[in-house]
Write a protein that binds this ligand. Structure first.
Ligand code: BGC
Length: 465
């Protein structure tokens, strides 16, 4: 596979891991589609149910609230039921919530259905990366886990296309929501065919099953060492108490910090409100604004593909430095464009260029790497629980930014708002420099051993092989 880092494993096994990862990554399509689709659907839902602005906020926000709660409450489930079983249950929840949204007959039924979809997104947002990180060989883990981020970006573009298509055909908002049932069904059927994560099987002391899975995905001759290493790494059972122990603090701090910076640097103001921003910047024609939005979505996909190629070669830290620097420049560009007034005709192109630069740089850095590090950094005993907390924080910060964005613009003006996000990008650079470890090519068990021996956050990826 050209985009994967060179592997020492036979290519048949490499192919199997790509297929398993690809199936789990369908969860990412749902994440992207279901969060993106509302931007077009709301225009029609608003009229159909005669929504007041307050109710409109609740309809839009219910999915984020669901995701926050879903991710927070399911961590133990990922450790007890396993990543695979949880993803199967999640796909069923997706199906119920999606169909509910499509047939909603009243405002409460719509809000509840969107909330249910949100729960599923919240659970899937960390379970899919977790599953993939546990089946991947360490030198390809970055690219394989990032397949999930690629799927998120594809899902967002699909949601824009579906919004445009059904808007043209009479504003069929029920179809906009309902189409999401297709990937949900694919995820359900696909997950029935993939095995449990070998690491989780070891955690449950199901050693012979773990060995059988490892044989399928690594080949006979590579199994013993890996199995040994996983078995040695387990010391206790998942519990909330463990999360508060001193030696785990760096993992909690780094994962929450990355979740914070992924959201407060403003990505979803671009994803959720790009049409509004483009209109403010001077693209008065609605079609131009929609096309520019689609353009941003496509750049997001393309740059994520580039990141798949680089993430296991250059590593996580260089990409974060590069990406956050570019995001800062892009946001300053957007801020300056608004600052200089929108009367000059070329200034809107600076805003467009700034946004494209920003999203491309997000897509090679914070987009994939945050979910990747969240899935890598916790020890097996609390991997489900820990990553669920980080995911939930991510959804919480997402909500705060989504809710405050328009008020910030009203109160401080668009330039200052974008300058604020630029400043937070600079803080993100500092945070990366100080705390984020390089986990390229490192076995999950090595990160865990470093945590246990009290190594500082920044050095958790150190290898003593
Ligand atoms: C983030 C989402 C964002 C998406 C954009 C994901 O990694 O978690 O909040 O909408 O990337 O591509």
């Amino acid at each position: 596979m050209w985009w994967l880092h060179k592997s020492e494993k036979p290519s048949r096994q490499e192919g199997i891991v790509v297929i398993f990862s690809g199936i789990a990554a369908v969860a990412g399509i749902l994440f992207g589609y279901d969060t993106g689709v509302i931007s077009g659907a709301i225009l029609y839902v608003r009229d159909y149910f005669a929504l007041t602005p307050w109710l409109e906020g609740i309809v839009v926000g219910s999915i984020l609230l669901g995701a926050l709660i879903g991710s927070a409450l399911s961590g133990r489930g990922a450790d007890y039921l396993g990543r695979r079983t949880l993803l199967i249950i999640t796909s069923l929840i997706f199906i119920v919530g999606t169909l509910g949204s499509a047939i909603a007959w009243s405002i409460p039924s719509l809000i509840i259905s969107r909330f249910i979809v949100g729960i599923a997104i919240g659970v899937a947002s960390y379970t899919a990366p977790l599953y993939i990180s546990e089946v991947s060989p360490s030198n390809q883990r970055g690219a394989l886990v990032s397949l999930n981020q690629l799927a998120i970006t594809v899902g967002i573009v699909l949601s824009y296309i579906s919004d445009i298509y059904f808007a043209k055909h009479g504003g069929q908002w029920r179809m906009m929501f309902g189409t999401g049932v297709i990937p949900a069904f694919i995820l359900f059927v696909g997950m029935l065919f993939v095995p449990d994560s070998p690491r989780w099987l070891v955690y449950k002391a199901r050693f012979s099953e773990a060995r059988a899975v490892l044989q399928r995905i690594r080949g006979q001759q590579f199994v013993d060492d890996e199995l040994d290493e996983i078995v040695k790494s387990i010391h206790s059972k998942s519990s909330w108490r463990l999360l508060f122990q001193d030696w785990l603090r760096p993992a909690v701090f780094i994962s929450l910090g990355l979740a914070f910076f992924q959201q407060v640097t403003g990505v979803n103001t671009i994803i959720y409100y790009s049409s509004t921003i483009f209109e403010m910047a001077g693209f008065h024609d609605a079609v131009a604004a929609i096309l520019a939005t689609l353009g941003v979505g496509i750049v997001n996909v393309l740059a994520t593909i580039v990141s798949l190629f680089l993430i296991d070669r250059w590593g996580r830290r260089p990409l974060l430095f590069l990406g956050l620097s570019g995001m800062t420049v892009g946001l300053i560009g957007v801020g300056v464009a608004f600052y200089s007034g929108i009367d000059v005709s070329w200034i809107k192109w600076i805003a467009l260029f700034g946004m494209i630069l920003y999203i491309a740089c997000f897509a090679i850095s914070l987009g994939p790497i945050v979910w990747l590090v969240i899935a890598e950094i916790y020890p097996l005993e609390v991997r489900g629980l820990g990553s669920s907390i980080a995911a939930s924080a991510n959804w919480g910060f997402n909500m705060i930014v989504a809710v405050t964005f328009l008020s910030l613009i009203q109160k401080f003006g668009p330039s200052n708002t974008f300058f604020l996000y630029a400043f937070l990008c600079v803080m993100g650079l500092w945070f990366t420099y100080r705390y984020v470890p390089e986990t390229k090519g490192v076995h999950l068990e090595e990160i865990e051993a470093n945590l246990k021996s009290g190594v500082k956050g920044r050095h958790l990826g150190r290898v003593n092989r």
